[in-house]
Design a protein around this ligand. Structure first.
Ligand code: AHM
Ligand code: MG
Length: 334
């Protein structure tokens, strides 16, 4: 049987009137940028790309060289095609306007160019996360306000994972498809049709070194999981934490699990570490489209009204039963 490449999949989506042609082009361009990032990541020390860039991003975090390179690759690839009205990145303080010499389109692209970048220098999987929104009608110079739409408004979301294989996981709002990069040919090939998160699980992911800072519902939930089959949940759990959200989410998409980055007492003014617009919303869209669930402990993440571009949020996502349990414990504690 002939292989279904990302291009063919997208063209067929357009033919079936599921995906507008300009959205198809946008996804193709993002995928091409991800191939370039994958190439840069894979060079490692040979390409002189490891280590810090010597700059901080808007969140005050030290940028890695590959954070900066990946951001540049995404901006350059996407600015000239005429499909975007503006872009926003975890690595840039303000929205990026399309340069005047290029035509503008009707979509907004948001991305975390290289998620999990603390793992770059230790050769552990990292990735690119992206989210696509429509530019509000009549807005010609989209500033922050144009981007502040709840996750339910996303028209597409995906991530590329740069691991033993480079893969692109994509949702256009009707299920999740997984494509593996065939490096010799240079194409993403459909290898994972109808990706589905099992409803039940026995695996959780959380950075346990923050345990003393967690709020009561998270303490309760994790201690119940750790109690195993003689505890209230009556089953043994396994734990994994890669510190690379793409890699943790990818594992959950493959074999189930719950991922948690709760708010904690380290920085009480911040509701969690992960960013709503670049990480939590696109990952929630993917997880929900694969049959899982995603909340901030109390509400569905995709229904949250963002108040700023770089807003943070607590994240509980993955297998439905466990996300519902974690959410119930939070609601009971309110
Ligand atoms: P980044 O976007 O700066 O890489 O930060 C996000 C990452 C996630 O990929 C991961 O889940 C989390 O930070 C790990 O945080 P910690 O180092 O606190 O465990
Ligand atoms: Mg990130």
């Amino acid at each position: 049987m002939s292989r279904i490449t990302l291009s063919r999949y997208l063209i067929e989506q357009t033919r079936n009137q599921e995906t507008p042609a300009d959205l198809r082009f946008l996804i193709e361009v993002v995928a091409r940028a991800c191939k370039a990032i994958s190439h840069a990541v894979s060079k490692g020390a040979l390409g002189g790309v490891l280590g810090n860039a010597g700059t901080d991003n808007v969140q005050g975090e030290a940028q890695k060289k590959l954070d900066v390179i990946s951001n540049e690759i995404l901006l350059e690839a996407n600015e000239w095609g005429g499909h975007l009205a503006a872009m926003a990145s975890e690595e840039m303080e303000d929205a990026y306007q399309i340069p005047g010499e290029f035509p503008k389109g009707k979509y907004l692209l948001l991305f975390d160019p290289l998620d999990g970048s603390s793992n770059i220098d230790v050769n552990v999987s990292v990735g690119t996360i992206f989210s696509v929104l429509r530019c509000p009608e009549g807005v010609t110079l989209p500033c922050e306000k144009a981007f502040l739409q709840p996750g339910v408004e996303q028209v597409a979301a995906g991530y590329a994972i740069y691991g033993p294989q480079t893969m692109l996981m994509l949702t256009l709002g009707h299920g999740v498809k997984g494509f593996t990069l065939d490096r010799e040919v240079g194409s993403f090939v459909l290898t994972h049709d109808n990706v589905h998160v099992p409803e039940t699980t026995q695996e959780f992911a959380i950075n346990a070194s923050n345990q003393r800072h967690w709020e009561e519902p998270v303490q309760r939930y994790v201690s119940e999981m750790l109690a195993g089959e003689t505890g209230p949940l009556e089953k043994n759990y396994n734990m994994r934490w890669i510190a690379s959200m793409v890699a943790d989410v990818h594992r959950i998409l493959t074999r189930g699990g719950i991922f948690m980055y709760p708010r904690d007492a380290r920085e009480p003014e911040k509701p969690g570490k992960l960013r709503l617009m670049y990480e939590a919303n696109p990952m929630s869209f993917i997880i929900e489209q694969a049959g899982g669930a995603a909340t901030n402990g109390v509400q569905r993440i995709m229904e949250l009204q963002p108040s700023s571009l770089h807003e943070r949020v607590a994240v509980f996502l993955g297998s439905k039963e466990e996300v519902e349990r974690a959410t119930r414990y939070h609601r009971e504690a309110q």
